[in-house]
Design a protein around this ligand. Structure first.
Ligand code: SF4
Length: 198
């Protein structure tokens, strides 16, 4: 992970950045800085692997549809003050790429609460925007489809690649590229020098 390059390019685009060697250190940083808030979390293997829900719920109200599934949790997440998610890919040139099926996650990242955090493991860092978009479509999305066991060709093939399917259960519906935080939003990208999520 080229910390200097990531810092220069993401901060040049108006993001805040922070860097950690381990997921435990990143989780501790987040838990120590977020207290007494209403926090929502996007569906994310990265967040699950960090155990951040368990840490944050000690001192915050945390809304996560992976703990309380259903429409109500997704709607309540809209009222959060803080939003945590990962991205499917980040480029060393300073962009974040996310693909979403329901749209809850990407909508919160472009018209979100007072602060949004992206937690990015080193496996998601790509050299440029083109490779980041390729990764999101061809690595992250098929693996997520396989995890969700949806009826798509990529899931049937255990997430090996994208088949650009037209399945009713296609999970790839909105592809959002964040070049800079939306106006009025504070966005911090928390980089972790470990593999996290897909
Ligand atoms: S477009 Fe279809 S085949 Fe491609 S990753 Fe998404 S769900 Fe899988």
């Amino acid at each position: 992970m080229d910390q200097e390059l990531l810092k220069k390019n993401f901060e040049g685009h108006g993001f805040k950045t922070s860097f950690f060697r381990t997921k435990e250190a990143a989780a501790e940083y987040l838990a120590s800085g977020i207290e007494g808030k209403r926090v929502a979390m996007g569906g994310s293997m990265t967040l699950k692997e960090m155990g951040i829900y368990e840490l944050l719920e000690k001192k915050n109200e945390v809304i996560w549809h992976w703990v309380t599934p259903g429409e109500a949790a997704l709607k309540k997440a809209r009222e959060a003050q803080i939003y945590l998610t990962s991205a499917n890919a980040a480029s060393e040139t300073g962009e974040l790429v996310n693909i979403d099926g329901t749209g809850n996650r990407v909508s919160q990242t472009v018209f979100g609460p007072e602060k949004t955090y992206f937690i990015i493991g080193k496996n998601k860092i790509c050299t440029g925007f083109g490779t980041a978009l390729w990764r999101a479509k061809n690595v992250a999305a098929p693996k997520n489809a396989a995890r969700l066991q949806v009826a798509t060709p990529c899931a049937a093939a255990n997430g090996d690649k994208c088949y650009d399917c037209s399945s009713p259960e296609r999970i790839c519906r909105s592809t959002v590229i964040i070049e800079r935080p939306s106006k009025g939003m504070e966005v911090e990208v928390v980089f972790v020098d470990e593999d996290l999520g897909y």
